[in-house]
Write a protein that binds this ligand. Structure first.
Ligand SMILES: *Cc1c(COP(=O)(O)O)cnc(C)c1O
Length: 253
């Protein structure tokens, strides 16, 4: 950084480069897969990064963000929105919850989230439903909370995600719950093995799921390291953090 350049200007330039590079990668992947650009959303994952970074990204044209923890997310979103109440771009920004939700925090998540990507058990569905209905009644949200069911690709319950066997019952549970709209599935490729094969499996599970739930068209899959494989296998939303934001500050999760 030169003496005349403020840290804000340098960070904004860094984010602009990161975002442009990720956008280019995504566009290339979409083209290689014979799909069209509007088919795949680029969700910018801003967990652990400050509100000022999100503001820079909004200025750069980003409108969809992923957060993973409460109450960090609520605080950050309040900070982004206050002082910018008359700013249409800030008002248009939408935030998704991509991390696992604890039942006791579901109520606050239901106030700010467009979509929760990481739903994997009935208890959390019930808590989000109660929270969404309360927020709809209070006028703090205007649309149903979108739900993606996180499916386990390797069947290891330790790592989160509902197993393929338990997926149909959980989907029915969401459909019976007020204030929620079932929109699709989310998957994370385990680190061992080839991303290509995990993403092929995610796509197969989603294709089967669509038979019973034709409106559940979303497949949230792909991150900084495997977005190309995900887009080749039908992802409709890639969740990209590191490739845009840089390395996350070291904090215990
Ligand atoms: C942090 C996180 C991401 C972003 O991962 P990067 O490798 O930094 O792109 C995506 N999805 C989930 C569920 C995450 O928790």
């Amino acid at each position: 950084m030169s003496g005349s350049e403020s840290p804000g200007v340098a960070r904004r330039a860094e984010l602009a480069r990161g975002y442009a590079a990720a956008r280019e990668r995504l566009d290339a992947a979409v083209t290689a897969a014979g799909r069209s650009r509007g088919d795949v959303e680029l969700l910018v994952v801003t967990k652990f990064f400050p509100a000022v970074d999100v503001r820079h990204l909004i200025d750069l044209g980003v409108r969809t963000f992923g957060e993973s923890r409460e109450p960090e997310a609520s605080r950050k979103i309040d900070e982004i929105r206050t002082g910018g109440a008359d700013d249409a771009a800030v008002a248009a920004a939408e935030f998704d919850m991509i991390g696992s939700v604890q039942s006791k925090k579901a109520k606050s998540v239901a106030r700010w989230a467009r979509t929760v990507h990481s739903v994997d058990r009935a208890k959390v569905v019930d808590a989000l439903s109660a929270g969404a209905e309360a927020a709809l009644d209070a006028g703090t949200r205007s649309a149903d909370l979108h739900i993606l069911l996180q499916v386990s690709l390797d069947g290891d319950p330790q790592r989160g995600g509902v197993t393929v066997e338990d997926l149909p019952a959980l989907a029915e549970h969401v459909r019976g719950a007020g204030g929620l709209a079932l929109r699709g599935l989310m998957a994370i490729a385990p680190v061992e093995g080839a991303a290509e094969q995990w993403m092929a499996r995610a796509q197969q599970i989603h294709t089967d799921f669509l038979v019973d739930h034709p409106d559940a068209r979303e497949l949230s899959a792909g991150m900084s390291g495997d977005l190309e494989e995900a887009v080749a296998h039908g992802s409709t939303c890639v969740r990209v953090g590191t490739a845009i934001m840089g390395r996350r500050p070291l904090v215990s999760q």
